[in-house]
Design a protein around this ligand. Sequence first.
Ligand code: ATP
Length: 260
Amino acid sequence: MTQGALVSVEGVDSRYGLLHAVRGVSFQLDEGETLALVGANGAGKTTLLRTIAGAHRPAAGRVVFDGADVTNVPSYRRVGLGIALVPEGRRLFPGLTVEENLGVAAVRGRSGRWSVDTVLDAFPLLKPLRKRHAANLSGGEQQATAIGRALMSNPRLLLLDEVSLGLAPVVVDDVYRSLETVIRERTTVLLVEQDLARAMEFASRVMCMLEGSIVLEGQAGQLSRDQVTEAYFGLRRSGREQPVPPPRAGGSAPQRRRGA
Ligand code: ATP
């Protein structure tokens, strides 16, 4: 593990019975980094996030968080260590209000800057809705509540699955604007995002999965849209790398992880 890495995923294999959903995945995330995980449906993104969060036990490999092997640590204890997952589908308690949904997450979390009030400051669209039941929220309001709920545990690592799924673009803009506040707090973010342009704009680094493996990764500013699209669909124009623009100061060049 490099010095300063908050998370180190080492040779992780995750399966559903005979189905090999994540195949020998290794990568690291430094504190304060924002990493977008992209890839087609079924590429293994959700399974990888769930494996890091402790919701899925890997068949092989290790997840190291802040220097400690957490591979066998259950998900609720990982929350206490500072790992929070916003799952696909949000999974709020529909009969509880926004405020109550936020409150339940604080129980297992760490202490820190996030409270109901600071979450509502970061997600202003929720301010007038704090007493509304989650069942009566729009998709965007539910997503904001789900992210807020994860923040209430004061995570060091925030895992976000399909932030913009099913939301109108204007609502997605709102949610991402609020996420900028989270990043300013130096929370490390790993997000799954289907919208490539948004992923590349928001994240400092992009990683592409194909059929369970990481096939491309690099600093967002150094990857072209074509490179990511090609990796996303498993396309190859030739057996050689496409030319890569010169690295920007302080960054490492994009690396093809397999194939091509
Ligand atoms: P999506 O964007 O569709 O959510 P993904 O990249 O997140 O895709 P995963 O949901 O991790 O991919 O799925 C990876 C593989 O594992 C797929 O082949 C999927 O069908 C399979 N899979 C996912 N969840 C389960 C499950 N609970 N039981 C069996 N197979 C599963």
